[in-house]
Design a protein around this ligand. Sequence first.
Ligand code: FRU
Length: 500
Amino acid sequence: MKKILNQMDNKLDAAQQFVDEMKKKTSHHPWRPVYHVAPPANWMNDPNGFCFFNGEYHLFYQHHPFSPEWGPMYWGHVKSKDLVFWQHLPIALAPGEAYDRDGCFSGSAIEKDGKLYLMYTGNVWTGPNHDKDLQQTQALAVSDNGVRFTKLAENPVIAAAPEGDIHPHHFRDPKVWEHEGQYYAVIGSKTKTNQGQALLFRSPDLINWEFVNVMAKGEGNFGFMWECPDFFHLDGQDVLVMSPQGMKPEGIYYHNLHQSGYVIGTLNYETGQLSHGPFQLLDYGFDFYAPQTTIDNKGRRILIAWMDMWESPMPTQTHGWAGAMTLPRLLRIENGQIVSIPVPELERLRENEVAYTQVTVEGELALEGISGDHVELELVIDAQAASRFGLKLRVNEERGEETVLTYTKDDGLVSLDRNRSGQGPGGIRQAEVPLENNQLHLRCFIDKSSVEIFINGGTTVMTARVYPSEGATGIRFFADQPVQIINLKKWDLKHAIINY
Ligand code: FRU
């Protein structure tokens, strides 16, 4: 046990020193988010170990401390008292044991007997082909204070994928929870013929695990592997969240490389099978992957996702960092779907309110005091007779930069267009959004390199990374026929990351 601790400590110190040195160069770049979690320097992907422990929210993340590209995975760490202001903590996990030599991959956290346990995937490359030559097992690390972790001598606690129509090597991302005195974990998997599936395990003590069943399996266009499953009970129903890799586009949907969504149903804890309804997306934008949820002391189910997409160009890499997290979103189920809104605590970030009521827009309009690159906008638009209307964000007229959200009435679609957003990837993403009383309700969170748009009370959300020039602070409203902005509020949002 001692040896394990010392080895990890040395690796953690070296990684931390490297990041601390690098962050002197990264911390003031104009694309650094003001109120979203991002790595101090170098690479971040999936949220991991999201939990509420000893009165604080802890969020870990897949981290490569030595470059702004993905590499051997460590776990970075931030914490917050209120889901608004975040503090960076020392890197929590480093790879290096026989079972996690090439990476501490994604996983989750759970409290037991006052201690915080991280359950993660140990990744080992067994040859040069990263798709075929890998061995993935499940391991635990424990901490008294939630900051300094020790890997367990019993690791790996799940040493191999179960027998059956289960791929022996792609076996990762355990999400652990407690139910009626037993621990359960759902783990991402695929069949031998490349259909994504989720496996259910049970344990009396977190150390000894038995395989219960394939909890759910994809059929047809449902991805060749399910990464990062999550499972929870919400508003009287069971929800399985997963990130299927490689679903093919269907109409306006599934145009990202990989998707993240959920099914709603009922888990039979005896058989280990989930009966469930159709797959639905959690976010209709470009950059949303590997979401993870936690429940807090108020009984709220809160979700955070990686606000990026695999293989998408990331122009921040040339500035020494990559990756960010979405805002924490509060989930509920309504009319058979998950509705997500920013946690209400985020209102603490607001300052300098500017408000308008009853503004008519025809053609294009800018409003005094409505601009910025780290702001929240809340507005209700009465579409009246217009067939096409919307908003332009992060506008830089001189450079022709804009990120455009358009509503078109004939097909009932919202489109988010980042073809002229600045540097970085372009593209359009769309979602079907019925108007309510001919009105569209929007909450837009604009940060230095992202927009998150919550439509009609969070029934549809669209998230995108954008990389505009520094002067791109304009906001414009447009309509082909007069529309009425019934009310509009804008707030500047404060800096929320305490120590880069
Ligand atoms: C998802 C993922 C996980 C894996 C991790 C590795 O984005 O591929 O399945 O554990 O990233 O960093």
